[in-house]
Design a protein around this ligand. Structure first.
Ligand code: RB5
Length: 148
């Protein structure tokens, strides 16, 4: 199950990607927003991020104007590793090295075609378990979340 969420700026790109997920036969849950009226991206980032951390969804796709605000907000939720990507290589590395569980995309940065390639790469690339250093580094990040 894939969590998707957007603000008003990311709504159209989210709809495009949802259409592609449907064509690919992939299940998704949309956490809003649902219309193009101006809204606050953290609200929707938190909903989708929480759905991933709780296990309700396996991965999350977030859409706003730049992807930056969504990624900053999502990364405040403990357990989230959200990568804001504008290219396929970064999306592949975000999965294989960082085990990113959410991807943030900028609808004012990317066209739908590029966004789809990035999404596909993000969803298809496994975490690289062959090198224990990747997990060690991720554990260091989450240890920081537990410090007061
Ligand atoms: C909305 O205008 C815009 O600020 C938002 O979509 C996002 O780009 C923030 O990071």
């Amino acid at each position: 199950m894939i969590a998707v969420a957007s603000d008003h700026a990311g709504l159209e790109l989210k709809k495009e990607i949802i259409g592609q997920l449907e064509l690919l036969g992939m299940s998704y849950r949309d956490y809003g927003s649902f219309d193009d009226s101006s809204c606050h991206y953290p609200e929707y980032a938190f909903k989708a991020a929480q759905a991933v951390v709780s296990g309700e969804c396996d991965r999350g796709l977030l859409f706003c104007g730049t992807g930056v605000g969504m990624s900053i907000a999502a990364n405040k939720v403990p357990g989230v590793r959200c990568a804001c990507c504008s290219d396929v290589y970064s999306a592949a590395m975000a999965r294989s090295h960082n085990n990113a569980n959410l991807l943030a995309l900028g609808a004012r940065v990317l066209g739908a075609g590029a966004a789809l390639e990035i999404v596909k790469t993000f969803l298809e690339t496994p975490f690289d378990l062959s090198n224990p250093r990747h997990k060690q580094r991720i554990d260091m990040i989450h240890a920081c979340e537990r410090r007061k």
